[in-house]
Design a protein around this ligand. Structure first.
Ligand SMILES: CCCCCCCCCCC/C=C/C(=O)SCCNC(=O)CCNC(=O)[C@H](O)C(C)(C)COP(=O)(O)OP(=O)(O)OC[C@H]1O[C@@H](n2cnc3c(N)ncnc32)[C@H](O)[C@@H]1OP(=O)(O)O
Length: 390
C-alpha cells in the first residue's frame, strides 16, 4: 500500500544504534511540551528507516495523521466504491474529524517513536553477537529458529580433535533443549571435515595404548550415540570435502545438502581401521550392499553428484550459490510447525534406535582392537611423516 510522504521505503538500511538513538530522541520529545515541526520531520524520516513492515492498519493510521497534520481535517470527496485503497486512506483520514493539527502531529511522532523502539529491538544482531560462548573449536549460532554448529579449525581441514568431539556433543545437547526447529552441522573454510584428527593417536605414553583405545571407543560410542538419539531434524551442510567419520555419520542425518565441490571419502582399509558411525548398517540400507562395499571396504571416493545418486546426499547445489540456496531453503523449513516436525522425526527414528545403538557398540569394539594393530599404527605414522596422503 503506497502512502506518499507518510510511509515509504521500509527496507532502507540503518544501523541499530542510529535507530535506537533516534527512537530515544523521539521518545524524549514525546514527554516534552509537544512535538515541534522539526520532531515531525524527523519522525517522517524515521518511518522510512523502519525495517519491519508495520502492517496496513498502522500505515493507514500514519497516513491519516500525516494528512491531518499537513492539511487539517479531510476536505476531499470520498473515492468511488471500486477505488479500495484510496477509499481506505480517505476513511482513515476522515475518521480523525476535527482533531487539531498540533495533536495529530504529536500523535504521529508518538506512533513513530513506538514503532522505532520495537523495530530496533527486533533487528537481527550481527553473527559475533549471536555467537554462543564456551566453544573453542566450534562457532555455534542461533537465528531464524535454526541452531548452526560450525566446525572451526579451517587450517587443519576441520579434523576432529578429542576436544572437538566433546564440544559437538555439548552443542547438540544444548540445541536439543533450545527453542530451535532445525540444527545444522557445517564446516568453516574449504573442507567440511577431514575426519578424525590423526594426532589423536600420538603422544600416548608406552603401556597406555590399550587404556587410550578403550577411552577412544567410549568417546566414539557417546559421540555417535548423540546423533542416534538427537530429537530434532539434523541437517548437514557439506561445504567441501568430507572424510572418515564426518561421512559415516551422515546416515544418521535427516537432510544432507552438498556443494558440488564436496567429495565423500571413507578410506578405512587404507588406514588399517574399520567403519563407524553406524555406516556398516546405514550405508548398505541407503545405497545397497555393492555400493556400500565400494565405499567402506575399498575406499572409493564419491563426488557430490555420485553421493546424491546413491541416496547419501539429499541435493547438490553449485558451489557459487550453495550458501544462499541452502539457507533460503532451511529458513523456509524452519517455519514449519515445530512440534509436528519433531514428532515426525522421532517416529521415524524410534523404529531403528535400538538397532542403531547395537550397531554402534559393535563397530566400536572392533575399532578398539583395530587401533592397537600394526596396520593402523603404520598408516598413522605414514600420514604424519607425510609419506601418505589420501
Ligand atoms: C588410541 C586411540 C584414540 C582414538 C580417539 C579417536 C576417537 C574417535 C575415532 C573415530 C574414527 C574416525 C575415523 C576417521 O575419521 S578416518 C579418516 C581420518 N582422516 C584422514 O585420514 C585424513 C588425513 N588428511 C589428509 O589426507 C589430507 O590432510 C587431506 C586430503 C584431508 C587434505 O590434504 P591437503 O593437501 O589439501 O591439506 P594438508 O594435508 O596440507 O592439510 C592441512 C593441515 O591440516 C592437517 N590435517 C588435515 N587433516 C588432518 C587429519 N585428519 N588429522 C590430522 N591432521 C590433519 C594437515 O596435517 C596439515 O597440517 P600442517 O599444516 O600442520 O601440515
Amino acid at each position: 500500500m503506497a502512502m506518499a510522504g507518510a510511509v515509504r521505503c521500509w527496507r532502507l538500511g540503518a544501523g541499530p544504534s542510529s535507530l535506537q538513538i533516534q527512537a530515544l530522541s523521539l521518545h524524549m520529545s514525546k514527554t516534552a511540551m509537544g512535538a515541534s515541526q522539526k520532531d515531525f520531520e524527523s519522525a517522517m524520516n524515521q518511518v522510512k528507516l523502519l525495517k519491519k513492515d508495520p502492517g496496513n492498519e498502522v500505515k493507514l493510521k500514519l497516513y491519516a495523521l500525516y494528512k491531518q497534520t499537513t492539511e487539517g481535517p479531510c476536505n476531499t470527496p470520498r473515492p468511488g466504491v471500486f477505488d479500495l485503497i484510496n477509499k481506505a486512506k480517505w476513511d482513515a483520514w476522515n475518521a480523525l474529524g476535527n482533531l487539531p493539527k498540533e495533536t495529530a502531529r504529536q500523535n504521529y511522532v508518538d506512533l513513530v517513536s513506538d514503532l522505532s523502539s520495537s523495530d530496533s529491538s527486533s533487528q537481527v544482531k550481527p553473527e559475533a553477537d549471536r555467537k554462543q560462548p564456551g566453544y573453542e573449536t566450534l562457532v555455534v549460532t542461533s537465528e531464524d529458529s535454526i541452531t548452526k554448529i560450525m566446525m572451526n579449525r579451517p587450517a587443519k581441514k576441520n579434523a576432529l580433535t578429542v576436544q572437538m568431539y566433546r564440544e559437538i556433543m555439548l552443542a547438540l545437547e544444548a540445541a536439543s533443549k533450545d527453542d530451535s526447529t532445525l540444527i545444522v552441522l557445517t564446516g568453516n573454510g574449504d573442507y567440511y571435515s577431514s575426519g578424525n584428527d590423526l594426532m589423536n593417536f600420538m603422544n600416548i605414553p608406552p603401556g597406555e595404548m590399550e587404556k587410550e583405545a578403550k577411552n577412544g571407543a567410549i568417546l566414539l560410542r557417546d559421540f555417535v550415540g548423540c546423533f542416534i538419539d538427537f530429537p530434532k531434524p539434523l541437517v548437514a551442510v557439506i561445504n567441501g570435502p568430507a572424510v572418515g567419520i564426518s561421512v559415516t555419520i551422515l546416515g544418521l542425518f535427516d537432510l544432507v545438502y552438498a556443494s558440488d565441490r564436496a567429495t565423500f571419502h571413507t578410506p578405512f582399509t587404507h588406514l588399517g581401521q574399520s567403519p563407524e558411525g553406524c555406516s556398516s548398517y546405514t550405508f548398505p540400507k541407503i545405497m545397497g550392499q555393492a555400493k556400500a562395499a565400494e565405499m567402506l571396504m575399498f575406499g572409493k571416493k564419491l563426488t557430490a553428484r555420485e553421493a546424491c545418486a546413491q541416496g547419501l546426499v539429499t541435493e547438490v547445489f553449485p558451489d557459487s550459490t550453495f550458501q544462499k540456496e541452502v539457507w533460503t531453503r532451511l529458513k523456509a523449513y524452519s517455519k514449519l510447525p515445530r512440534n509436528a516436525l519433531h514428532i515426525s522425526k522421532q517416529s521415524i527414528r524410534n523404529l531403528e534406535k535400538e538397532k542403531l545403538h547395537a550397531v554402534n557398540a559393535g563397530e566400536n569394539s572392533v575399532l578398539q582392537e583395530r587401533w592397537l594393530s600394526d596396520e593402523c599404527m603404520n598408516a598413522v605414522v605414514s600420514f604424519l611423516s607425510r609419506k601418505a596422503k589420501l
